[in-house]
Design a protein around this ligand. Structure first.
Ligand code: 48F
Length: 256
């Protein structure tokens, strides 16, 4: 009996959770730092938000710090967000602070879920839903299905807004531009591809470029740099956190 009860507990609560998230205010693709921060602020504002990440462990590039040295540098402009998430920090130099990458990534994840966001791991978003010239949801499949190249159809999730938080590859923006032959609200009208490293300009531009690039589609984090063709900034994460908060604030405003 206990054996089947355990299985039933997993199956029933999982599919209940999935069903509840088939129609959302916001679908976030990618659980890097920017996407997770966006999920937190949207959920805190009472929005129905789910985040889909293709990996077993969402968190993106934050777990590994830089070159797997598991410390992360944050500049002072983003420290309010670090404090909001209850992450321990130490001052370092010139308005820079350091945090432990494991503590900070797990805190972002914990607070996003605790605020009411639903996180789906092992989900790859392979396409978007288009309705009336607007991005209106995501098309999801199991990551192992795509990795194995199995001929298995995906499922659909409707959302009023979709956030591309897929990092350097900006996969969702590419799909939208390529498959629908449309112009994005970016300098090239397409995905420009990020430029080489420039810390100061990169950090400024990642936040500035956080915006709606097509009706219904927003970008945040490195996806914002990639679509706009602005420089990468290397191992400093404040811009990712501020970009996540900015995209949440923009969408909260739209949902009023
Ligand atoms: O790259 P990533 O960490 O996103 P980010 O928020 O942060 C970038 C920083 O980590 C770092 C940096 C700061 O100096 O440059 O690189 O922009 O995480 C992106 C997440 O998206 C997932 C992927 O598994 C990763 O966790 N992802 C990417 N494509 C898909 C996806 C997809 N098609 N479907 C689902 N998840």
């Amino acid at each position: 009996m206990i054996e089947t009860q355990i299985s039933k507990g997993i199956i029933q609560t999982y599919f209940n959770k999935l069903e509840k998230n088939l129609s959302l205010d916001v679908a976030i693709v990618g659980g890097g730092p920017s996407g997770i921060v966006a999920a937190y602020y949207l959920a805190k504002a009472g929005k129905r938000v789910a985040l889909f990440d293709r990996k077993l462990s969402p968190g993106g590039g934050m777990w590994g710090g830089a070159m797997m040295f598991n410390q992360v540098v944050i500049q002072k402009e983003a420290m309010d967000i670090i404090r909001e998430f209850g992450i321990s920090y130490e001052p370092f130099a010139d308005d820079l602070f350091t945090v432990d990458s494991i503590e900070s990534t797990s805190s972002l994840l914990y607070h996003a879920v605790h605020a009411g966001a639903t996180l789906f791991n092992c989900y790859s978003v392979e396409d978007v839903i288009f309705k009336e010239e607007k991005v209106s949801g995501v098309v999801v499949n199991w990551t192992p299905v795509l990795r194995e190249g199995l001929h298995v159809d995906p499922l659909n999730v409707l959302a009023k807004f979709v956030i591309d938080g897929t990092g350097h590859d900006s996969e969702i923006s590419k799909v939208v531009a390529r498959k629908n032959g449309i112009r994005l609200a970016t300098p090239t009208g397409a995905v420009a591809g990020e430029r080489s490293l420039d810390v100061v300009e990169g950090e400024r531009a990642v936040v500035e470029g956080t915006k709606e690039i097509y009706p219904g589609l927003y970008v945040c984090g490195m996806a914002s740099s990639a679509v706009s063709g602005t420089p990468r900034m290397g191992p400093i994460f404040g811009g990712m956190l501020m970009s996540g908060k900015k995209v949440a604030d923009l969408i909260i405003d739209r949902l009023k």
